[in-house]
Write a protein that binds this ligand. Structure first.
Ligand code: PHE
Length: 352
């Protein structure tokens, strides 16, 4: 773990062992150049702690880019809580309370919100001691609620932009779209894609959401290990990160990748492999920025839901058109172009 921390390009890592829950808390502060570090809290079981730390670090880096690209004056951070797989719900609740107090103790160095493995209801519990540093509480508790539908709207926008580039129109009727991961974002996205008339394929390691959508919408499913070989127009990763790598990119049978998962590429060269295969890649930290944009706007600037939706669509469309332009004029990959645009916003700021 020491070498991971030393080699990281971020600012600091706060580590706490919560003995009562046998859980490890990693708060990775990647950059506070634009403002306080803000990022979700992920709760997951990991096979080892290095993996959890690395996840926190990479996700925090992604948040720096996400805020910069969205022109929101926050820095990048993320919290990963690595829990034992058998943590019961009462012990989990007590852990959330202690975690809230821990976030509060840092006086606004780090603000947090929902992420993989946490909900708005969890944010309500964390906020008991963690307020005012907690975003995305339920509406009943005064927050803006679940970011999932807004993230899904941003992904839908990205898919439409990809369709415009590939097929000359945003219409998704009859387009074959493969959604990997039917969680809080995936299921909202599936409903939107269904309304748009897309032919939807779904995949998840968990059987329950697959059965639900088979029954409800008659959707077909693809086994988790077969998603990278399944012919489709657009592949939509909405599960955990690091799903694409050199090997599976070479077997992909899609024309575009646009999804909600953070850190979709195992490493930056994968963006070049995708480009070489003429697969259009919508950079993850652009495609999945909708939830963060909407929740912050509603809670900090008083946007209505309708305003938030408009802003999500507008921000993502503008960013993507700038990214297309830069990648065409400079011949760089979509990921590189997105990174450069975010980096320009970061370095344009006067150092504090
Ligand atoms: N999980 C969100 C993301 O990855 C983070 C977030 C949500 C931050 C809501 C603030 C508010 O973008």
């Amino acid at each position: 773990m020491e070498s991971l921390i030393r080699a990281w390009d971020g600012q600091s890592v706060i580590i706490r062992f919560d003995r009562a829950a046998n859980a490890w808390i990693f708060i990775a502060i990647h950059s506070t150049r634009l403002g306080p570090a803000v990022g979700g809290t992920r709760i997951k079981s990991y096979s080892n702690l290095k993996e959890a730390l690395r996840d926190a670090q990479r996700l925090a880096g992604g948040m720096t880019l996400k805020w910069a690209a969205a022109n929101i004056k926050y820095g990048g951070g993320k919290c990963v809580i690595a829990v034992p797989p058998d943590l019961d719900s009462q012990a989990r609740t007590r852990l959330l309370r202690r975690y809230g107090a821990f976030v509060h103790k840092h006086n606004g160095l780090f603000y947090t919100g929902p992420d993989y493995g946490t909900s708005s209801e969890d944010m309500d519990i964390i906020a008991e001691a963690g307020a005012p540093y907690i975003f995305g509480r339920t509406q009943a508790a005064g927050g803006a609620g679940n970011p999932g539908p807004f993230t899904a709207l941003g992904v839908l926008t990205s898919i439409k932009v990809a369709a415009e580039r590939l097929f000359g129109e945003a219409a998704l009727a009859g387009k074959r779209v493969l959604v990997q991961g039917v969680g809080s974002v995936g299921r909202e996205l599936i409903k939107m894609l269904h309304e748009a008339g897309a032919e939807i394929l779904i995949s998840d390691v968990d059987k329950a959401p697959i059965e639900y959508f088979k029954g409800k919408l008659g959707l077909k499913s693809v086994p988790p290990n077969a998603v990278y070989d399944e012919p489709c127009d657009i592949f939509v990763p909405c599960a955990v990160g690091g799903v694409l790598n050199k090997e599976n990119i070479s077997s992909l049978k899609c024309q575009a990748v646009a999804g909600a998962a953070n850190n979709q590429l195992g490493n930056p060269e994968d963006a070049i492999s995708l480009r070489d295969r003429a697969i259009l890649y919508i950079p993850d930290f652009i495609a999945n920025s909708g939830g963060a944009i909407a929740i912050i706007g509603m809670e900090m600037s008083g946007w209505s839901q309708n305003e938030a939706e408009k802003k999500v669509i507008q921000t993502i469309r503008e960013n993507l058109s700038n990214i297309f332009e830069l990648s065409e004029t400079d011949g760089c990959s979509m990921d590189e172009a997105a990174f450069r645009i975010a980096d320009m916003r970061l370095t344009a700021q006067n150092p504090a």
